[in-house]
Design a protein around this ligand. Structure first.
Ligand code: CP
Length: 311
């Protein structure tokens, strides 16, 4: 790729407030049908490289690229010569001469993506590293904007591990005026302290509030959104054999709606009914979880356009 307008998306931290707002608005325009998918990415070739399992993110980026007129090449975890010792820098140098965009999930160290993004010909999109899941946040904010017509002023409670989804949500929601974000994370499984610090600094600047608590004994009140996440992020196991005892009070059940009867329910999925959320909530009338999953495709359209310099 040779476009000087090419942009990487490795972390939401690299986005200005305007860029983040524009991505979310564009995602919502695709979601609401105000903008139609057409030939926005015609002539481009996107690589879709997933080193870890994925249902939503991989499919959403593949479908988004195809629906916008790009062609795709998919690489599985065993396909590239990085497995036999080729450096990431050499891999990036080669791929960037053939691809316009590389969407990659490592679920590992973000340094992997930074090495791939050391060139400026091919845009690199983070489809999840251990520390952040930026495109999940774009999809989640797209869902909020589509449903509420605004993000400013929403009261949101995130319940579950302070994982890469929680990090991306904290770093993005904290930039919207009047947002109240409460993270209820099990003790010992909270947000990375540096992420919490950065998100609280964002909140201070934006006139938002962000708190993290490690207890569910006094439930949050008057919420607009209750958000749950899988306890075993990408199927990972935990070192503590008794971890389930620590997580059990953080299961999202209908009792959380006693003090927030109008709240909608979000979940980044995959969900485990009876573990992180009750079936009654996930499949109930307040749940937007499957609309949220669909919005991953519309958010992916917005991200691909932006990364390709076509928006
Ligand atoms: N929410 C999410 O990232 O889903 P996948 O792991 O299926 O991509």
């Amino acid at each position: 790729m040779s476009s000087s307008a090419m942009r990487h998306l490795i972390s939401t931290a690299q986005l200005t407030d305007t860029e983040l707002g524009n991505l979310v608005r564009r995602g919502a325009e695709f979601s609401d049908g105000r903008v139609r998918a057409g030939e926005q990415l015609a002539g481009l070739v996107a690589g879709i490289h997933f080193l870890k399992t994925s249902t939503r993110t991989r499919t959403s980026f593949s479908a988004a690229a195809l629906r916008l007129g790009a062609k795709i090449i998919s690489f599985g975890p065993d396909d590239l010569q990085t497995n036999t010792g080729e450096t990431l820098e050499d891999t990036a140098e080669v791929l960037s001469r053939m691809l316009d965009i590389l969407v990659i999930r490592t679920a590992g160290d973000p340094a992997h993506l930074h090495a791939l993004a050391s060139q400026q010909r091919m845009a690199v999109v983070n489809a999840m590293t251990a520390d952040e899941h930026p495109t999940q946040a774009v999809a989640d904010l797209t869902t909020l904007l589509s449903h509420f017509g605004r993000i400013e002023g929403l009261r949101i409670c995130y319940v579950g591990e302070g994982n890469n989804t929680a990090a991306a949500l904290a770093l993005t929601l904290s930039r919207f005026k009047g947002v109240h974000l409460e993270l209820r994370t099990p003790p010992g499984y909270g947000l990375d302290p540096l992420v919490l610090q950065r998100a609280q600094a964002n909140a201070m600047d934006a006139g938002a509030t962000l708190v993290e608590l490690h207890s569910m004994t006094s439930p949050p009140e008057k919420l607009d959104v209750i958000y749950a996440t899988r306890w075993r992020t990408t199927g990972t196991s935990k070192a503590d054999p008794d971890w389930m005892d620590v997580f059990t009070p953080f299961r999202v059940t209908t009792s959380l709606w006693d003090k927030s009867p109008e709240a909608v329910f979000l979940h980044d999925l995959p969900a485990h009914r009876g573990e992180d959320v009750s079936a009654e909530v996930l499949d109930g009338p307040r749940s937007l979880a499957f609309d949220q999953a669909e919005n991953k495709m519309y958010a992916a359209m917005a991200v691909l356009e932006w990364c390709a310099g076509r928006s």
